[in-house]
Design a protein around this ligand. Structure first.
Ligand code: GLA
Length: 379
């Protein structure tokens, strides 16, 4: 399909095809930028890329999702305020050149079925896709973790969104039928097999993540302030990753009420991820589900990044037969919930939640029963 589109636009066959996936985070929310732990999975929704080399230094890119086209020179890569979808590609290309990789001009088409602004990391998929596209087109020797960091750098420094590293990491290094347990401090990771007979069901609230960026920055700064206040009591902490639950008691008087709650979310969430990995590896999916539920409550009450729509979806999910756990996923303020559901109950779950959500709020949820999939560099 994308090959044919490429031919229709550029009149020749593409040399490179790839499909970096979106992701869903099972547990470990708002922990990545605190040097903590996360457990995401890549999903079977992706951004397809097709491209070929050109003889000059021009890049022409066509977005299927925006039905729009741009052209730029590799010798003068600027942020584009109008065609903002192209900035992920521009940023990745600029930083590769800055790092000493000489690129060649290219014609590209990309687009896919990761919903935008839904908390499933379509932008990370585009960034990772752009990096892997150049790697494969030009045969560049790029270390996988370098690719991940490059993709994040494009988002942080070129696009200007101060995200952590989770989304780019999983889009590059996810693996079929596995979640990925990542230590965001030293970037060591381990793949954890998902259990047979259990489905990952994603419910898209249909509400775009309004506020997400500004409130995300507020949370980021609150975490930094909490670390400074905790450190002022004499505890040797560099990030909330270093804080133990008992430290929060010790430092209680040094923290404002709001910073205590923000810090408590991150500290307890890190502990939940560690336990979640252990119980998933041991096959205790019921406990895994309880940890997801506790994660939601913590995000709702302590971190305050949920929304009415996400809470309605999660509370509906908690009442359904065959549900092991349900929580909001991603940055919050709209977007999606993630649910672990016994396979035989998944279809009925989807139907009932869709109906209940419509009855409660008059809104339509899209529901995706997902397979954990390979990242763009998994092979
Ligand atoms: C967004 C960011 C990630 C992470 C999550 C919250 O998806 O891009 O880095 O911080 O929010 O867990």
């Amino acid at each position: 399909m994308i090959e044919k589109t490429f031919r229709d636009i550029y009149g020749a066959a593409p040399e490179i095809l790839l499909r970096p996936p979106g992701r869903v985070n099972l547990i470990g929310e708002h922990t990545d930028y605190n040097d903590g732990f996360v457990l995401p999975a890549a999903i079977d929704r992706s951004i397809e890329f097709a491209g070929r080399r050109r003889a000059d230094r021009r890049v022409r890119a066509h977005s299927l999702d925006f039905n729009d086209q741009v052209e730029f020179s590799l010798d003068d890569i600027q942020k584009d305020a109008q065609h903002t979808w192209s900035n992920y590609l521009r940023g990745v290309s600029k930083f590769l050149e800055e790092d000493g990789h000489r690129l060649a001009g290219a014609d590209l088409v990309f687009g896919g079925n990761v919903p935008r602004e839904a908390g499933l990391s379509s932008s990370a998929a585009v960034e990772v896709g752009a990096a892997v596209f150049w790697k494969r087109l030009l045969g560049l020797e790029l270390d996988p973790v370098y690719v991940v960091k490059l993709a994040r750098r494009a988002e942080n420094q070129f696009v200007g969104v101060p995200c952590g590293i989770m989304d780019q990491f999983i889009s590059a290094l996810g693996r079929q039928e596995h979640a990925l347990f990542l230590d965001c401090r030293d970037l060591t990771y381990r793949r954890v097999p998902l259990r047979e007979g259990i489905k990952i069901v994603v419910c898209n609230s249909g509400v775009k993540r309004a506020l997400a960026q500004s409130e995300y920055e507020v949370r980021l700064n609150q975490c930094r302030q909490a670390v400074a206040q905790i450190a002022s009591t004499g505890l040797a902490v560099k990030s909330l990753r270093d804080v133990e639950p008992a430290d929060l008691e010790t430092a209680r008087d040094a923290l404002t009420e709001i910073l205590l709650r923000r810090a408590r979310h991150v500290v307890t969430e890190n502990a939940r991820v560690l336990e979640a990995v252990k119980v998933l590896e041991g096959g205790d999916v019921e406990r895994f589900g309880e940890l997801m539920n506790a994660s939601h409550e913590s995000l709702r009450d302590d971190y305050e990044v949920s929304s009415k729509e996400l809470d309605v979806l999660v509370e509906l999910a908690w009442k359904q037969p065959g549900v092991l756990g349900a929580r909001m996923t991603g940055a919050g303020f709209g977007g999606c919930t993630v649910n672990l559901v016994r396979a035989e109950a998944a279809d009925a779950f989807a139907e009932t939640v869709r109906r209940g959500y419509h009855e409660a709020l008059g809104l339509t949820a899209e529901i995706y029963i997902c397979q954990a999939s390979d990242g763009a560099l998994a092979a």
